[in-house]
Design a protein around this ligand. Structure first.
Ligand code: PRX
Length: 651
């Protein structure tokens, strides 16, 4: 039997779920009129939130609260703030409260608990370490760390001295790290010797060492996680450095519109772009979305399972919970190590209240022996969240019943690396919580669903999701060193509205997201571009031409499939395996194609454009359309023949 004990935070009415009286009474926000109230004057509304939620050194002048000169816009211009002060210093009145619970993967290792006081000390010290290595305000610091406390310490230390962090996902390859270091021209790298995955130590330093060759990196600070000796003049030990510096670093007072971090993400072209996020607006949204979406309170423990290499890890595993003075739980390792009960045991042991994960993980746990979950007491949970890809009704209901015990609201948050914080979802204290539906624009924001020309579609019709002015405070402030890319990607199509590249439609007055409308895939919630993957495969000397398309996958949502034309024509034995490891080395295993098919030719138009949608149709056994436009229609039947009998959909 599923354990249903615990307070009931939702009730069912009219086929939807709503906050219960208990939830409404205790929630940070339970006024359903907040939406209409906020839209009377959204700028004044956000000003109020920024004032109430954050600690400013100096306030902005009201006339500069929102300055829009499209395609750029700035929030709280002239306001002075330090982000680390907001995450740490201002909670020092309660310095013994837990800021971070870090759960290592090996079960014989004890969790590390950091109070706000301890975190304050470490952030200050590491800020001084950075200064010792000549890192100054405006410099970019590359961080290539797994889920360890030092990642948070390093990020906050950057914020303390006004340096801009660029975190690179630790599962990315050396080449991927190198490209990001080079684009950012970072002069220091923070990394670790390795981490634990599925019971085994994995090296990270090898990849880091190879990545920094012929880059601007002068020093590397290495966290000792797996006890590997790291030799070399450039390499310094994290703890040794920390012991050797002052315990106080004066926070650098920044402008609200100064960049806080860069995070590289995939677009429709081969090269990842550096999404730039400013300080004040991002902080305001991270704070209020935690409070209202997840009803996060200082006494709560929030566990967001996302890795810090992705935006969800930045905003909801680290920054949002700290801004609100709550406790964040971070887990180092694999979800099913040493057994599939690990996550649920962590929730029970640490009495997690807010749990935020991705549909891929939900689908994975739906397919295991349910006793691994049912034996744990999950009654501490109050709010559940989901993010990263559309969630289907069956998975939603399973999450609701099995993990939430039918008691907890599910907050389906729609947002992007570019938006910095959540933009569309239901508020825990307001509702309704409807399977597959994200909800409404967060108060003070507005979205529309439009056609190609930018006109609103009829209610219920599918269209493109756009955001309207005033744009969210946490929105990106450009693409690093690439104005053209910023304009082309987000503003070219609709000029005065931000193009999300997502499809959506309205259902009962709420927004339902249908997924990306461009060549971006969501594989296990990870964002990948087909072009980036094609570039990586194309770099292999054996490859003449390549096309990558995604196909539906029961667990991961989507899986990449590659069609490769070889220079020599015939594929040697094991070539599929070899090319897959080649992708691992170029991007990382998250991008590894599920299958690679060797074909004689790719379907192309007269102008040479590869018709990926024809390949996609073949993969899912649909009739391919538009063959007349091809210069080589015979290629389609040949590829179909290769695919036949492969049972690709079932794998
Ligand atoms: O397609 C949308 C999907 O994830 C994309 C953004 O990916 P990324 O920048 O990696 O950020 C993911 C975490 C914020 C979006 O364009 N997406 C995100 N959340 C949802 C979603 N699709 C459906 N429902 C969601 N809740």
């Amino acid at each position: 039997m599923v354990k249903k004990k615990g307070i009931k935070w939702v009730v069912k009415r009219d086929g939807m779920y709503w906050p219960s009286e208990a939830m409404k009474k205790s929630a940070n926000m339970s006024d359903s009129k907040i939406y209409s109230k906020s839209m009377k004057n959204p700028v004044a509304f956000w000003e109020g939130l920024a004032r109430e939620g954050l600690t400013w050194e100096k306030e902005w002048e009201s006339k500069n609260a929102y300055v829009e000169k499209l395609p750029y816009f700035e929030w709280f211009k002239g306001g002075k703030i330090n982000f680390s002060v907001n995450c740490v210093d201002r909670h020092m009145g309660n310095s013994s409260r837990t800021a971070l619970i870090w759960v290592p993967e090996p079960v014989d290792e004890k969790p590390i608990i950091l109070t706000y006081g301890e975190l304050y000390n470490k952030v200050n010290r590491f800020a001084n370490v950075l200064k010792k290595y000549n890192v100054k305000k405006g410099d970019i610091v590359s961080i290539y760390l797994p889920m360890v406390p030092e990642a948070l310490i390093a990020m906050l230390a950057c914020a303390r001295i006004g340096a801009i962090h660029s975190v690179v996902f630790s599962a990315f390859s050396a080449d991927a790290l190198k490209a990001r270091i080079q684009d950012a021209e970072a002069k220091i790298l923070i990394t670790s010797d390795g981490y634990y995955r599925r019971g085994k130590p994995e090296s990270l330093i090898k990849k880091a060492k190879s990545a920094i060759k012929k880059t601007t990196i002068k020093n590397v600070i290495v966290v000792d996680r797996i006890g590997k000796k790291v030799r070399g003049k450039m390499f310094k030990d994290f703890e040794t450095e920390m012991a050797d510096v002052d315990s106080y670093a004066k926070p650098e007072i920044m402008n609200s519109e100064d960049p806080l971090f860069i995070l590289y993400t995939s677009g429709t072209t081969g090269k990842p772009k550096g999404v730039v996020h400013d300080t004040g607006g991002y902080a305001a949204q991270a704070y209020w979305t935690c409070k209202w979406n997840f009803d996060l309170k200082p006494e709560d423990t929030m566990w967001c399972t996302a890795d810090v290499g992705w935006i969800t890890g930045h905003t909801y595993a680290f920054y949002g919970p700290l801004l609100t003075g709550a406790t964040s739980l971070v887990y180092e390792g694999g979800p099913d190590f040493p057994n599939p009960g690990r996550w649920w045991k962590i929730i029970q042991d640490h009495k997690v209240n807010i749990f935020y994960t991705a549909p891929t993980a939900i689908r994975m746990f739906m397919n295991i022996n349910q006793n691994w979950i049912k034996k744990y007491d999950l009654s501490s949970l109050r709010v559940l969240g989901t993010v990263g890809e559309p969630i289907d009704k069956v998975s939603w209901m399973w999450y609701f019943n099995t993990i939430g015990g039918g008691r907890c609201p599910i907050i389906d948050t729609w947002w992007q690396t570019e938006t910095g914080g959540t933009l569309i979802n239901t508020l825990a204290g307001v509702g309704p919580f409807v399977p597959t539906i994200s909800g409404k624009s967060f108060p003070g924001l507005s979205h529309k669903i439009v056609n190609e020309e930018g006109h609103s579609v009829k209610k219920g019709n599918k269209g493109f999701l756009v955001q309207q002015s005033p744009f969210a405070p946490s929105m990106l402030h450009g693409v690093f060193k690439n104005h053209k890319k910023y304009v082309d990607t987000y503003w070219k199509k609709y000029k005065t509205m931000y193009d999300t590249s997502d499809g959506a439609y309205m259902d009962r007055g709420l927004i339902r997201i249908t997924g990306r409308t461009d060549d971006v895939m969501k594989v296990a919630g990870h964002r990948l571009s087909t072009a980036e993957l094609e570039n990586a495969i194309h770099d292999n000397s054996l490859v003449l031409d390549v096309a990558v398309v995604s196909m539906p996958d029961k667990i991961k949502g989507e899986a990449p499939i590659a069609f490769v034309v070889l220079k020599s024509g015939k594929a040697s034995k094991n070539l599929e395996k070899k090319l897959k490891s080649y992708v691992d080395s170029k991007i990382g295993p998250t991008a590894r194609p599920r299958r690679i098919f060797f074909v004689a030719d790719l379907p192309k138009t007269r102008s040479g454009k590869i018709m990926r949608r024809i390949l996609k149709a073949l993969l899912v056994n649909e009739e391919p359309k538009g063959l007349m436009t091809l210069v080589n229609p015979e290629s389609v039947a040949k590829i179909d023949l290769i695919l036949q009998g492969q049972n690709i959909l079932k794998k």
